[in-house]
Design a protein around this ligand. Structure first.
Ligand code: GTQ
Ligand code: FE2
Length: 379
């Protein structure tokens, strides 16, 4: 890992005159008038490449889940706190509940019969389910079932609530752009109704959004979705899994389509625009064939990954961790990541390492600030 830049005391900045009484007085003058010269700050402000304040870090599902369960026993869910969500706090971000400078990642837990009350906010959000089922997330009064492998986006400013309609507790992960909107001071929030009617606490197999928008390559004529967020509220595992399986099959048959040898990936997309599902968040599912390893790659912007299935090792800027189902890790801006799929227990037929990924890439692309480097090749 590269050392973080040192903030220089004025006299130690490069090419500075010897300290004199006059110079000391000059700096005192700057301080009194609330002025800071560039030459003492430039290493931190304008580094040669991004020097993330965040650290790479791994959170183990086996540690998170028992704590979420315990929170289920001890902490009620209701108005005010709104959600029993426990956020990953990057060890280098001062204890703030930020996985990276832009990304929020949390484990949320809901007991049988519980309701997380209705609210809306400008922060864009999604749910991803690594295990279990039984919760319906109700977005714009459309109840959407959540099951293992499903990805459920929910664009900012939509009313939403969650209810557990079964006899089992359920945990899942939330991803939001909370730190990004915190930094840019762009947030709005509103409480919804305190109680929803019994008629709304229904548990349909298919949501209205899926019935309208969930048909591959077919868009309903006459529906005008907002380009700011996908109208499709659930991306089901059976489709994601099949897409990845068929990419790798095609590779084995000698046809193109994979990211790199042994590595297939799909991006969740807005069915009306083909762009990202959410304005600030990019979401993907990756599958690395057993025994394969991805080329070290660095990107502007940060990512959080959750292992969905399989096992292996991940190396982020020289730190290597072994990973298994449910484990979450963060890749800070411009730190290189490579993933190696290794033999281990899997439930799936593929025996591969499956990873869900979310990142802040759309922000950087919108600003033309995106850059990628793969094994020394710049793009
Ligand atoms: O489920 O609505 O993890 O509003 C953080 C903020 C989840 C949610 C979080 C939220 C939610
Ligand atoms: Fe919310």
């Amino acid at each position: 890992m590269t050392a973080s830049p040192v903030r220089l005391v004025a006299e130690d900045a490069p090419d500075q005159p010897r300290p004199t009484t006059e110079l000391t007085e000059l700096y005192r003058g700057f301080e009194q008038e609330l002025l800071v010269p560039l030459w003492t700050e430039i290493g931190d402000l304008m580094p040669a490449h991004p020097q993330s304040k965040a650290a790479p870090h791994l959170w183990r599902w086996d540690s998170l889940l028992p704590l979420a369960r315990r929170a289920g026993e001890l902490v009620p869910v209701g108005r005010g706190g709104e959600r029993r969500a426990i956020a990953l706090a990057n060890p280098s971000l001062g204890g703030r509940p930020f996985a990276s400078p832009t990304l929020w990642a949390a484990i949320q837990y809901l007991l049988p019969g519980e309701d997380a009350p209705e609210h809306r906010h400008t922060q864009h959000a999604f749910r991803f389910v690594v295990e279990g089922e039984g919760v319906w997330t109700v977005v714009g009064r459309d109840p959407v079932a959540m099951r293992r492998g499903d990805f459920l986006p929910q664009a900012g400013w939509n009313w939403h609530a969650h209810h557990n309609a079964t006899s089992e507790p359920m945990a899942w992960i939330d991803g939001l752009d909370i730190p990004f909107q915190y930094a840019t001071e762009a947030q709005f929030f509103e409480f919804g109704r305190d109680e929803v009617s019994e008629a709304e606490r229904i548990t349909p197999e298919r949501s209205r959004s899926e019935r309208l928008w969930g048909h591959p390559g077919l868009r309903p004529v006459g529906a005008e979705p907002s380009p700011a967020g996908t109208p499709l509220l659930a991306y089901r595992w059976e489709h994601t899994d099949r897409a990845l399986t068929e990419q790798l099959e095609l590779e084995a048959e000698g046809f193109a389509g994979v990211v790199e040898p042994g590595h297939a990936a799909v991006q969740f997309s807005h069915p009306g625009t083909g762009g990202d599902v959410l304005p600030t968040l990019r979401t993907q599912m990756h599958r690395v064939r057993r025994g394969a390893e991805t080329a070290p790659r660095r990107e502007v912007g940060s990512s959080v990954y959750q292992v969905f299935d399989g096992s292996g090792t991940v190396t982020i800027d020289g730190h290597t961790w072994t990973v298994g189902r449910g484990d979450l890790f963060v890749v800070p801006s411009w730190q290189s990541l490579s993933i190696r799929s290794e033999a281990g227990h899997t439930d799936s037929d593929s025996g591969a390492l499956d990873l869900f990924r979310f990142s802040d890439a759309p922000v950087f692309e919108a600003l033309h600030a995106d850059r990628v480097q793969v094994e020394g090749i710049s793009r």
